[in-house]
Design a protein around this ligand. Structure first.
Ligand SMILES: C[S@@+](CC[C@H](N)C(=O)[O-])C[C@H]1O[C@@H](n2cnc3c(N)ncnc32)[C@H](O)[C@@H]1O
Length: 283
């Protein structure tokens, strides 16, 4: 069935290919609509430099998506414990034993760089102190590993150390009622260290940037959401293959209101928060 989502243009040809030929071949947990959001991020002229880091790559569906917009000259990092079914005390996706092999195969077959700039880190993100110094200049940091509050606090701290000045952090399962601990972790982190701020919430994910870039990202987001709501005549009909059902209008309202409230209350200035610079890599 054709929906008005088909009228949305995908500018990045790698993402077009991902949507048409890769998404259906790599099992995973990210909604097809994230392709449109990824294309939006890629259209932003001040977010062009740097690599990808993802915690919780599993079989590679979201990793291969985000890596589609990363230039081959930048290194990308795939962090996962690759829990087998028998080790799975936490929520960790599919009930499989050989996830690292499937991930590696998927990257070789479907990743835009065929794995050339991918670095697999088989490790616990809770132990990131042991290895984060090798990770630098991150443009996109996607958090989809452990879903406990402690993981979210830890993973946001990790991300905040390695994203570059205009880098974006994406947290999966935000406001997902199956995982309230994810949302709790995000808010606890933002209260304590509001040096990164949310500028968009869409399709099960929250998007954050560093405070000095907040206004610029919000402006871009507003025009993108405007374009989306004009193009998608019936937001309740989602593209084929998507498992996610929700209205883009709800997200548009949410993101814009959230931004306005923070701005109107002058929250950041009042609290005299100072922007912390990345501790790792160029600004
Ligand atoms: C829901 S799956 C990720 C799905 C994937 N991002 C996608 O979109 O298809 C969660 C993954 O997080 C990993 N994981 C869980 N806790 C972790 C931790 N503390 N450190 C690193 N990886 C972890 C699991 O092994 C699992 O592969």
């Amino acid at each position: 069935m054709k929906t008005s989502w088909d009228n949305l243009e995908i500018k990045n040809t790698n993402l077009k290919n991902y949507k048409d030929t890769v998404y259906g071949n790599v099992k995973g947990w990210c909604a097809l609509e994230s392709v449109f959001i990824c294309d939006f991020l890629d259209s932003i002229e001040f977010n062009k430099e740097g690599g990808l880091c993802e915690i919780g790559v599993e079989l590679g569906r979201s990793y291969i998506l985000y890596n589609s917009i990363i230039d081959e000259k930048y290194a990308s990092y795939a962090v996962d414990l690759f829990y087998s079914a028998s080790q799975d005390y936490n929520y960790s996706g599919y009930n499989l034993e050989n996830k690292i092999d499937i991930f590696t195969e998927n990257v070789k077959k479907y990743d835009v760089h065929r794995g050339k700039q991918t670095n697999i880190i088989l490790a616990d993100s809770l132990e990131y102190e042991k290895y984060y110094r090798e990770i630098k200049n991150i443009r996109i940091f996607h958090i989809d590993g452990g879903h406990e509050v402690s993981h979210i606090l830890n993973d946001l701290e990790f991300a905040n150390k390695v994203i570059n000045a205009s880098g974006v952090i994406i947290v999966d399962d935000y406001m997902n009622s199956d995982f309230p601990s994810v949302t709790q972790g995000i808010f606890l982190y933002l209260q304590k260290y509001p040096t990164v701020v949310p500028f968009l919430s869409a399709f099960n994910k929250l998007y954050l940037c560093r405070l000095p870039f907040y206004e610029r990202y919000l402006e871009k987001t507003k025009s993108f959401l405007q374009y989306m709501s004009e193009t998608i005549k019936n937001p309740y009909l989602h593209p084929n293959d998507s498992y996610y059902t929700a209205s883009i209008n709800r997200y548009a309202m949410y993101s814009i209101n959230e931004g306005r409230i923070l701005k109107d209350t002058d929250f950041y200035k009042r609290n005299n928060y100072v922007q912390s610079l990345p501790t790792n890599g160029p600004s």
